[in-house]
Design a protein around this ligand. Structure first.
Ligand SMILES: Nc1ncnc2c1ncn2[C@@H]1O[C@H](COP(=O)(O)OP(=O)(O)OP(=O)(O)O)[C@@H](O)[C@H]1O
Ligand SMILES: [Mg+2]
Length: 375
């Protein structure tokens, strides 16, 4: 029988070697770049074209350097460490992104001794449909992250808390102090006394200001959904669950502040879970085997009489004491009547701003007098 490999050495090993040789040369010729690193992820070989693309006129200049120092964002170190290939990936560069393949190099004993990387294309034309999809997803992700970051920033500052009465100055002083500290804050006070405003201001004035402020309004969410709202759920973890699962507010607030509004309405079983998370600083989303570490500062607020709820057995005493490290009492307006005039003008300003076209409102003297006689 004629040997298809006529003229070639016919042993299995030789054929394999020849195949590997041409494979390498084909890739090397047709790719935009090829480079090889050793077991420490240092460049041991790089072709001229690739070296030039990353600013090395002579490939020799790149030899011996860490792969990331030659090719920023290179993942060759990971390949060397894990011994596993990254068959197809997109490498972001300061010019066009590259489509790359990374393969480990093994010795006869199967030990990883280095890795070889090929930049398959820099013209992404061949991959246009895939790539435009990728770019679109990437853009959407950036936009979503930005709008989320916007939504999760504090909306109010200490300046938004209007009032120069003794009671107002004292509450602002306490809140400013709370902003300097890391302990939980408990905001008590009747409805409309500005607890939410203070929570925002405390977060915004704290070292966590650039991290998210995430709010859970305990009273607005049905008891059965609260646990998932707090801790999240793995895909398909509960009936009617999102197919994709759900990230809990605790995880979203990681590094930042979690504002628990109307905490007095929290059902007892969840109070127990919350207490455990505050103690352990970690939790498992529903139905997942994943441990999430939560570095979260808690600010809680309620208009309920929390000590009375504790006395009645409707709020856990241990959770109350855990939250009650810095207690701030937002005084009702009747205890700071001297703020009424300033508040009235601040609200008028707000109203004027909300009306399109910029309407102008004025407060007549007798109206102001009527307001100030409240209390
Ligand atoms: N001192 C203040 N200066 C300026 N605006 C204030 C002040 N106090 C309250 N407000 C405004 O009054 C409204 C109610 O305040 P906020 O929502 O913070 O109250 P709350 O204590 O959270 O009330 P609730 O218990 O009903 O949730 C908001 O529009 C807030 O901006
Ligand atoms: Mg509120």
């Amino acid at each position: 029988m004629m040997n298809d490999w006529a003229g070639l050495p016919a042993t299995y090993g030789d054929v394999l070697r020849r195949a590997m040789d041409s494979l390498f040369h084909t890739f090397e010729n047709f790719s935009e770049g090829t480079f090889i690193v050793d077991a420490e992820a240092r460049v041991v070989w790089i072709n001229k074209r690739y070296a030039a693309r990353f600013g090395f006129a002579d490939p020799e200049q790149a030899i011996g350097r860490d792969c990331e120092a030659v090719i920023p964002n290179s993942l060759m170190r990971e390949v060397v460490k894990t011994g596993k290939p990254i068959l197809l990936d997109i490498l972001e560069t300061d010019r066009e992104p590259l489509v790359v393949t990374r393969l480990p190099l093994k010795d006869d004993a199967g030990e990883t001794v280095g890795a070889v990387g090929f930049a398959l294309f820099d013209e992404l034309k061949a991959l246009t449909p895939l790539f435009s999809h990728y770019s679109r997803v990437q853009e959407e992700l950036i936009a979503t992250r930005q709008s989320l970051a916007q939504a999760r920033r504090a909306k109010y500052t200490f300046g938004s808390f209007v009032g120069t009465s003794t009671a107002s100055l004292e509450v602002k002083r306490q809140a400013r102090r709370a902003a300097q500290l890391e302990s939980p804050v408990l905001l008590l006070g009747e409805t409309g006394t500005g607890k939410e405003l203070l929570a925002h201001a405390i977060h915004g004035g704290s070292a966590r200001a650039n991290q998210p402020l995430v709010t859970v309004n305990v009273a607005a969410i049905p008891d059965t959904l609260l646990e998932v709202e707090f801790f999240g759920a793995a895909p398909g973890a509960y009936t009617g669950a999102d197919r994709k699962g759900r990230v809990g507010k605790f995880e979203l607030a990681n590094g930042g502040t979690l504002f628990l509004d109307e905490i007095g309405d929290m059902p007892l079983p969840l109070q127990g879970k919350l207490l455990r998370v505050l103690q352990d600083k970690e939790f498992e989303p529903l139905g997942s085997n994943r441990i999430v570490r939560a570095d979260v500062r808690i600010i809680a607020a309620t208009s309920a009489d929390l000590p009375a709820l504790v006395a009645a057995g409707r709020f856990r005493a241990d959770l109350f004491y855990r939250m009650n490290v810095l207690m701030i009492h937002a005084p009702p307006l009747r205890e700071r009547a001297s703020d009424i005039e300033a508040l009235a003008y601040a609200m008028l300003e707000d109203l004027s701003r909300q009306v399109r076209g910029g309407s102008h409102y004025e407060l007549q003297d007798d109206a102001l007098r009527l307001l100030c006689s409240y209390g």
